[in-house]
Ligand binder design. Sequence first.
Ligand code: ME8
Length: 629
Amino acid sequence: MSTFYVTTPIYYPNSEPHAGNAYTTIAADVLARYHRLKGNEVCFLTGVDEHAANVYNAAKEVGLSPQAYCDKIAPTFVKLWERLNISHDIFFRTTSDVHKRGAQKFLNVLYNNGDVYKGKYEGYYCLSCEEFFSEKELTDEKICPVHKLPLQWLEEENYFFRLSKYQDRLLAHIHENPDFVYPPARRNELLSFLESGLQDVSISRASLSWGIPFPFDPEHIIYIWIEALSNYITALGYETDSEQYRTFWPADVHMMGKDITRFHALLWPAMLMAADLPLPKHIVGHGWLTKDGEALSKTRGIFIDMDGDITTYGVDAFRYYLLREFSFGNDGDYRPARLHARYNADLANDLGNLLNRVLGLVNKNFEGVPAPTTSGEFDDEIKAMAQATIDQLDAHIKTFAFDAALETIWEFVRRINRYVQQTQVWTLAKPETKPRMGTILYTSLEALRIISVLISPFISDTAEKIQNQIGLTEFDTATAWGGLPVGIKVSRGEPIFPRIDTKKPKQPKAEAKPKKKAEKKTTHLVAFADFQKLDLRVAKILTAESIEGADRLLKLQIDLGTEKRQLVAGIAEHYTPEELVGKQVIVVANLEPATIRNVESQGMVLAGSGDAVVLATLEKEMPVGTQVR
Ligand code: ME8
């Protein structure tokens, strides 16, 4: 059995956890669950980083000792992880004795190996980052670029770690192991930082009392980052060289946001090199979750209403949205309206309706899961696609492409929907076609069973509900085709994702814009002169192609007579690219260009849009470029 050790950062418990912390922890949870599914022995570590100055200050503000404050906040992380179905094996606290002793032992090793020395430090420091800023990183205003707070000048006698000594080894390691740092863009940032030269880092603080004392000089406490990074080994039992430590170290994946990749990909490996310990295999620095384009920030009060959205849509929809919507390495702007749209389209419609429909047909026409007795069109294609989906999912998980992983599964979900449609299975209830009906329903249910296994690392509650409704009493993790027993009694339970009314998406209060709603109700009359400003023209679609990562969009090249243009249209769910080529459409030719999903759109195609979307066209063809009035 292989082992798999995945970690999240240990978060500062200076306040309760926010959606950014949730994002990282959900991603790490998916990896942990995926590897358990594959039969690997998994250790999933998360926890809190308690000896931080920001924790000390937060405690002071409310008149508590730092320890009492941590004792109050740490459980709020555990509570959130429970709510989010996080399956961690260890929730670690750095105020635990096992960590204190482990961190001291680790520092002793660095000291004894000659990589820690005494010197003087002075410089600008951010209390929230817990980091000194070098001259080249300072702005004129001396403001922290992440927290937008003034930096503080600190001067003291410190111990230093010989980080500079490891520059060449770090460079070589990153060059020789191209998948050490993910995604590649982050790796390139690190390489250019490394090439500009590393300086030794100060690793002790004489001015602070909240922390772990140096083992060989108790006047100093260990710099928070040195202490915090060592949690990845102390939590496993580094101090006593425990069985767990020997089983799981080195880590397979350290998951985190891009803000702290540098600490993990440079400082931490250098510390491990200095202690002669093996290095973690992958450092994954995901993008920044933003709200209205701004970084989430405990200090600046910019947050996502996780609680409200989970209450409305459920934890699985929240997890699904975070991982499906954003490309993991890039920043992503959290939008409740998009969560709503994904809930209804991907979860309620594609997956929920499919399950309901298939189970309804089984219930109506058979006693239990029917036997596959015939073979017919598409059946083999579906079986082959199940295996292809499993393989592609594995490849995407290996590169931390969670959005692509989910898209791959959903392509299969949509294929099964089409299969049901193409075979018109509901028309096959007559005795002569009933065996065929049975095969199609078996194939669809078996596909749904496999889908439930594949989604289980992402949305485990839903996976279980699907299997319950199919009639499986224990969660079946097998992915080989044909595992679904014939004859078991299916139950068509509650819809797994009841549709949430589009007209009334429940929005968090702060987001409600009553003024705009009122405006929508009144009909505005437009002056003729204003209408004339619109340049509507007949155009012909030359090419149409899908846009990676955007299910609903198509990129169109159109001929406007006088010129060719590129447009983006939200019609992918209603038209295939092939159907569109050659069609005449009406476009707004003088709309300001917009960039949609990194693709420029120079105009807009008109369409009737309600439950269906139908392109507006002229009753008869006309030359392209003709004005429409
Ligand atoms: O840095 N979007 O703790 P921290 C996505 N204690 N992820 C975000 C995020 C956002 N807007 N904001 C925070 C620390 N995160 C140290 C770590 S590890 C040895 C010590 C997530 O509470 C992301 O994972 O500031 C980021 O790296 C982490 O929270 C920072 O958490």
